[in-house]
Design a protein around this ligand. Structure first.
Ligand code: ADP
Ligand code: MG
Length: 386
């Protein structure tokens, strides 16, 4: 995203003056899926696609906002009880309220913003938007006294309280804390995190979007969560002396010990969750060793687990995974909750052109539509540009 692109619109749609420019990225998750509500780890990184905004205080108590991509303009009073209706403006209104709650004396401002994160593809354009404004408001009106973690929580609260999305913290965390050439292992239970080097020389990271919408998702998620809870209940009964809050607290021996007390299906779900914890830890070692072949192998294993044990894949995603495997792609798996969206692929540079052409052709032949392709590079999190 170019500064001039945003600035020229900001100048044109407001009073001709310039303001400060901020940017915040979308994210990928390398491995660690359906682990957040099981108290486990995720492994996100910020990407080279995000939201950029220009913003300037206007001396009133009104926010005047222009969405460059949607060509839509919205105004609202900072203290308005209800806020705007337009869904993009709800994020802005929400983050204003949440930053105020955290002690930032937000005053009226003019702003224009644009983004290059594909909307609703699983790359978290909404977290990019929230984090961008959280960072901007903190810098302009809050003397940067709100911590990074509190900006993360302000973004999450915006989704919960103003946009009706009951999300976890990974997306906002990755957008705010992201760092060029680093992925982050986040412990969803303790919120501790650690940076790991991600510098896959000779490989590229590419998302292949099945363009299938995840419509089945919400009831299926509830079923999966219920399965995990059932197994936890059985473990608690078996091990009254231990503190078992989530599947995070179980090991393989413990899981095997309750095999006869839970359904076969619940057992399969729990097998995925424990396996995913092991895979995340194996990926940490592999990243530290710069061993991207092992990283790729673990990605395939996660795909297999999501498809056959957790059963959150779909025919199209499995087909994308099969094509990757046949083409010799290093690693490939569903990214996100499943039932649609993208696969994330680690591809050797010299295989890249062949794979992209092949996956487009084969997918279109079978499903009558081409998948969308998004190249990503791991870059910095929320920041001030000028
Ligand atoms: P995602 O998985 O990309 O976060 P969401 O549905 O959570 O998908 O968020 C997408 C919403 O965020 C859009 O419908 C829009 O309201 C807002 N949004 C994201 N990017 C932009 C943008 N570039 N311009 C305007 N609104 C945006
Ligand atoms: Mg979102």
């Amino acid at each position: 995203m170019e500064i001039d692109y945003v600035r020229s619109r900001f100048v044109k749609h407001f009073d001709g003056q310039t303001g400060n420019v901020y940017a915040s990225p979308g994210r990928i998750n390398l491995i660690g899926e359906h682990t957040d509500y099981n108290g486990g780890f995720v492994f996100p990184g910020a990407i080279d696609k995000g939201i950029m905004c220009e913003i300037r205080p206007n001396g009133t108590n009104k926010v005047m906002a222009y969405s460059i991509d949607l060509k839509d303009r919205v105004e609202f009073d900072i203290d308005d009880e209800k806020g705007p209706k337009a869904s993009w403006a709800r994020y802005l209104y929400g983050i204003v309220q949440e930053m105020k709650k955290r002690g930032v004396d937000v005053k009226g401002f003019n702003t224009a913003f644009a983004g290059d994160v594909p909307l609703g593809a699983g790359l978290s354009s909404s977290a990019a938007l929230e984090s961008c404004y959280a960072y901007a408001l903190n810098d302009l009106f809050g003397e940067n006294k709100v911590s990074k973690w509190d900006m993360v929580l302000a973004g999450q609260a915006t989704e919960h309280n103003y946009c009706g999305v009951n999300c976890g913290i990974m997306d906002q965390f990755a957008s705010v804390f992201g760092m060029e050439g680093k992925l982050m292992r986040l412990d969803c239970r303790s919120r501790e995190f650690e940076y790991f080097p991600f510098d896959p020389k000779g490989y590229r990271l590419v998302l292949v979007d099945s363009v299938v919408k995840h419509e089945l998702a919400s009831s299926a998620y509830n079923d999966r969560r219920k399965s995990c809870e059932n197994v936890v209940a059985a473990l608690q009964k078996k091990y009254p002396e231990k503190t078992i809050e989530t599947l995070r607290d179980a090991d393989w021996d413990m899981l095997n010990a309750v095999k006869d007390e839970v359904s076969e299906e619940d057992m399969k779900r729990a097998t995925f969750v424990l396996g995913e914890k092991d895979r995340v830890l194996a990926v940490c070692d592999a990243l530290n060793a710069g061993d991207y072949e092992t990283v790729g192998k673990k990605m395939y294993e996660t795909h297999h687990g999501l498809s056959k044990e957790y059963e959150v894949s779909c025919e199209e995603l499995d087909y994308l995974n099969d094509i990757a495997r046949e083409d010799g792609v290093t690693g490939s798996r569903i990214m996100g909750g499943g039932f649609g969206g993208c696969t994330i692929n680690l591809v050797k540079e010299d295989l890249y052109d062949h794979f992209i052409a092949d996956v487009k052709k084969k997918y279109a032949e079978r499903y009558g539509k081409e998948p969308k392709i998004y190249d990503v590079v791991i870059k910095d999190g929320s920041r001030k540009i000028c």
